[in-house]
Ligand binder design. Structure first.
Ligand code: UFG
Length: 335
């Protein structure tokens, strides 16, 4: 049997693209705590310098080949890539930005990695690559037919990674997030998008008074209470899946895609109700029309990640996810 020598985790050198953003910054912190040598490359177009809590920080755009050459020439064991544009609506209005940033720049990154002999890659993909669910929960075999440019850009990279593996033995793990939420349980990090579009931080801003109300986008869906159902996954569980995916690649595993969620769907109204319990605050609601492109329900089947990576979500309760996000929101609100 082939024996692969794995360097000790503490000696791994990891380049994190987009390490100043919401998910990337939590990952950088976790990698640092696990003893990795971490370098963050982020242009700070949406990230925050003070969110990078450990390792080296380099400000620059990952589509800039000269910067990539300079950074990658230092030698890395693997790259994790979190730097993408993520707003579905914006991707419909300005697809050029999405194809340039999410596809073109990522291909520049992959080619620079190859040139520098770095062939292990963890890619942030999304449930949006599936499009309208044909069945639920959604497993990895579900057809991928994205219904917006954002989802298409992510699927294109997934497909390129498959081809790069076949042609260049470039190994990758694509992690398809459902709804990333929550915040660092130690309270140092959280979600700070501008503009914020995600449900849980918006609901909590309405609870803290930073926002007048939460708009519920549609009450006429074919769901028990008429509002959309999503599968919320704690940022810490998302990061632990990245760590396990990284370990699998470092141990010589093949390329693979995994769906990441808890397998439990919660409605928009259910999130608001739970947030009222967790925060003890009455949350003002305004009912609005449906948001274009929102499927009624998106729930993940993550058994593959559990079976192959040994991933086990530790913060699966919605109340826990909201509690950690609330700790972060109260910190922001008191600034
Ligand atoms: N919602 C509201 N009011 C708001 C914001 C959201 O009712 O002010 C609803 C949405 O309509 C949706 C649910 O809350 O039903 C969750 O919305 P989010 O914007 O928080 O998350 P999405 O499910 O739209 O988006 C997530 C990721 C995207 C990814 C998408 C894939 O955040 O990056 O899943 O479907 F593209």
């Amino acid at each position: 049997m082939l024996k692969i020598d794995t360097p000790k985790a503490s000696s791994w050198k990891i380049l994190v693209i987009g390490g100043a953003g919401y998910i990337g910054s939590h990952m950088v912190k976790m990698l640092g705590q696990l003893g990795c040598r971490v370098t963050t490359l982020d242009d700070l177009s949406s990230g925050h310098r003070d969110a990078v809590l450990c390792g080296e920080f380099i400000q620059g755009n990952f589509g800039d080949r000269a910067i990539l050459n300079a950074v990658l020439s230092r030698g890395f064991d693997a790259v994790m890539h979190f730097a993408s544009l993520i707003q579905v609506g914006e991707s419909v209005q300005s697809p050029d930005k999405y194809y340039r940033n999410n596809v073109t720049y990522t291909l520049v990154l992959l080619d620079a990695m190859r040139q520098h002999g770095v062939k292990k890659f963890i890619f942030s993909s999304t449930a949006a690559t599936f499009g309208e669910p044909q069945y639920s929960p959604i497993d990895e075999q579900h057809p991928q037919q994205p219904i917006n440019p954002y989802g298409r850009t992510k699927l294109m990279v997934e497909q390129a990674l498959g081809d790069y593996d076949r042609a260049y033995e470039f190994k990758s793990v694509c992690l398809r997030y459902f709804n990333a939420a929550g915040a660092d349980p130690e309270g140092q990090l959280g979600e700070r998008h501008d503009p914020e579009t995600h449900l849980i931080p918006l609901v909590l801003q309405a609870a803290s008074g930073r926002r007048r109300h939460i708009s519920v986008f549609g009450r006429d869906y074919e769901t028990p209470d008429g509002t959309c159902i999503r599968d919320y996954i704690h940022i810490q569980d998302l990061c632990s899946a990245h760590w396990l995916a990284l370990k699998s690649l470092m141990n010589g595993a093949d390329s693979q895609a995994y769906n990441l969620g808890n397998g439990n769907g919660f409605s928009v109204q259910g999130v608001i109700d739970t947030a009222e319990i967790v925060t003890g605050c009455k949350i003002p609601i305004v009912n609005g029309p449906r948001r274009a492109g929102d499927p009624a329900s998106l729930v993940a089947d993550s058994r593959l990640a559990q079976e192959k990576l040994g991933w086990k979500p530790q913060y699966a309760e919605l109340a826990t996810i909201i509690k950690d996000a609330w700790n972060w929101e109260t910190r922001l609100a008191s600034r």
